[in-house]
Design a protein around this ligand. Structure first.
Ligand SMILES: C[S@@+](CC[C@H](N)C(=O)[O-])C[C@H]1O[C@@H](n2cnc3c(N)ncnc32)[C@H](O)[C@@H]1O
Length: 226
């Protein structure tokens, strides 16, 4: 059984073609996906020998060495362009994920991205929108007392600059209770940031506070606190 956070990623994976898990660590996700028949083949990549050895041990223990290929790679550098249908990058900061996606131009050629930032999710959504990637769907989950969000993005070439609230809402849906809880937490975080900045007299901070208050209002409408 996968942890809830990893199970959430499976909901965003279409499957049916080769997949690459970047920063695989234990390799549990690609092993699960091939065992379940969701994908025919998976690359389990990691930048460090230690985690990759752990993945290799798990691959052998689960007898999937013919279908899960461990690769020592910084991001997607060692993955042949065009060889996978979907890429998962989970459990890293939003900026690091954006950097890995940015370095692999070939992802723009119809590759589905399943991304789960551990921090700076809003930054990642903003970067995706400004870089021509569309957030197709976004989900949230509570796992071990922490709210996580994960999204599916695909390149469509349309570049735009989202507002603060749009980066938080991304592809989340009002009908998803976990998404509402996640947005509630983000609204609280922004509210306390605005409170901290509100004593400042400089013009830029005052404008920032106004933008944050506007964003909080939109987020509250999303969670039904209007
Ligand atoms: C916190 S673990 C996440 C493991 C797994 N993806 C998950 O979500 O449970 C992050 C992993 O990413 C790897 N990593 C960090 N930077 C990387 C990069 N540039 N390319 C590939 N792997 C990277 C680390 O070595 C580590 O094993």
């Amino acid at each position: 059984m996968l942890k809830k956070r990893l199970a959430l990623l499976c909901e965003l994976i279409e499957g049916g073609g080769p997949l690459c898990d970047v920063g695989t660590d234990h390799g549990l996700l690609p092993i699960f996906l091939v065992k379940e028949g969701r994908v025919p083949l998976a690359y389990a990549c990691d930048i460090a020998e230690g985690p990759l050895s752990c993945a290799k041990r798990n691959i052998l223990a689960q007898n999937v060495e013919d279908r899960v290929i461990p690769v020592l790679s910084d991001g997607l550098d060692k993955i042949p362009p065009g060889s996978v249908k979907e890429v998962v990058i989970a459990g890293m900061g939003g900026e690091m994920i954006a950097g890995i996606v940015n370095r692999a131009e070939w992802l723009k050629d119809g590759v589905g991205l399943i991304l789960q930032p551990n921090s700076r999710a809003g930054f990642l959504v903003g970067w995706l929108c400004m870089s021509g990637y569309r957030v197709v769907r976004q989900l949230a989950v509570l796992d071990g007392g922490i709210y996580y969000t994960a999204l599916r993005a695909e390149y469509d070439g349309n570049m735009w600059s989202p507002t603060l609230e749009e980066t938080i809402l991304g592809g989340l849906e009002k009908t998803d209770p976990a998404a509402r809880e996640y947005v509630k937490r983000e609204a609280e975080r922004l509210r306390s940031a605005a409170k901290g900045m509100s004593r400042s007299r400089d013009q830029i901070s005052r404008q920032k506070v106004k933008d944050i208050i506007k964003a909080v209002t939109v987020l509250e409408q999303f969670i039904g606190e209007d």
